[in-house]
Design a binder for this molecule. Sequence first.
Ligand SMILES: [Zn+2]
Length: 128
Amino acid sequence: MKIEGIEVRCDACGKDLLRPPSGIYAMPETKDRTHLVYFACKGKCDKKLQEQYGWGGWSDLKDLFVPEEYIRRQMSFMNGLRAGDKYEEESWKKVRAMFMGAFVSVARESTKEEQERAEALRNMPDGL
Ligand SMILES: [Zn+2]
């Protein structure tokens, strides 16, 4: 399965973060509850973008490729929309690219390692 034209790149250096999955995404919020989304390599690029956009938590892009985690984050994202979260135009496109890019990998059986990771992630408190 392949979805053409989907790209997720570091907003600081341009590195492809989908092939293979790496880096993080963050969703800093402005005063009017509008989210800005950025993708970054861990470390220097993330630090630079964090200074530019502000703190927005962070999540591993790689974890989005774990099937159980993919659908959990989809639902969490949808619940946010229902609760009134808004996304700046370019950020909305980024969120879509991120979910579409990961979908090709999650539309299959999870490996034993992924099942263990999903279990570990489920046991973490929300918001980490
Ligand atoms: Zn980078």
